[in-house]
Design a protein around this ligand. Sequence first.
Ligand code: EPU
Length: 337
Amino acid sequence: MKEYTDYPILKYNTFGMDVKASRFVEYSSVDELRAFLLSVDKNQPILHIGGGSNLLFISDFRGIILHSAIKGFTVEDETDEWIDINAGAGEVWDDFVEYSVSHGWYGAENLSIIPGEVGASAVQNIGAYGVEAKDIIHKVHTVCVADASERVFSNEECTYSYRESIFKGELKGRYVVTHVTYRLSKLPCYHLSYGNISSELERRGLEPSLQNVRNVIIDVRRSKLPEPSELGNAGSFFMNPMVTVSKYNELSSLYPDMPHYPIDDNTVKIPAGWMIDRCGWKGRNIGPAGVYQKQALVLVNLGGATGSDITNLADEIIKSVKDKFGVEIRPEVNYIY
Ligand code: EPU
């Protein structure tokens, strides 16, 4: 186990906030984590982080930051049709995607180059291009913070929905994910209908294959989203809001070109990025906090921004979307005080 005090966490958050944690603890096995949880004084804030790609630190963190260095991919079970891969929570998410694609297993390829780690994929239910982590998560292995007991959650027990899980909701901060078992298909099955993935394959004269889909998704993401090493950011800053069908009808009569995704008979998802763009925010900034010029859903650190600079900008954006469209948008990024 590695342990540091007054530890700079600049390289542990993709927004590039230059803050410190009173204590930073990195463990590399379930036993180390359990021993730590049994010995630590829990009357202090404990925050578990992954790749820090969905966090916004507003100030120094006066507590303990925990980080998993549990690694490894192992085959847990398989049939002719599927394979269960157990991945350590501290593995880089895209290393898992690359590993799956290189072995010819289907399911993770649309989630290529999403920043972050395996553990966070199960907490955050990361998603892109018509696929969410919940579609391939079979089991989530955890340790209870209160008593260090081990517990395995089935997919159903994680109560997944869009960017939500029991680990972000009801059980927030109460379990640490140590491993995730993903069930991948050995039989070809592609999800190409979202956005321009199939047209991009056609344009390049490529047949769908795991590697071709991965390559297209990598290129599309790189063309729209900033590299955190070049411009601090946490991907989509806001979630796409769900509205009622009657609200959608009202908006679509005013804005016939508004993109939308029907969710069920009563609900429609509207892209927050489109609304923010229509409010004129794209490429604008308030001091060192900016709206990315190629994708209005992404807020960026133009250099030296503090957490408050970013939240001030976010608050202004939320207000203008509310004023123009009457829709409440919410941050997807977690604010850490
Ligand atoms: N749009 C605009 N202007 C903008 C941004 C978007 O008009 O500045 C329009 C686009 O033209 C498109 C629609 O809004 O018609 C949706 O945009 P896009 O396909 O880029 O997707 P998104 O809704 O902005 C979501 C996820 C992304 C994921 C993409 C692709 C959320 C909050 N975000 O973005 O996830 O990569 O779909 O599946 O659901 C992330 O979570 O960090 C992330 C990047």
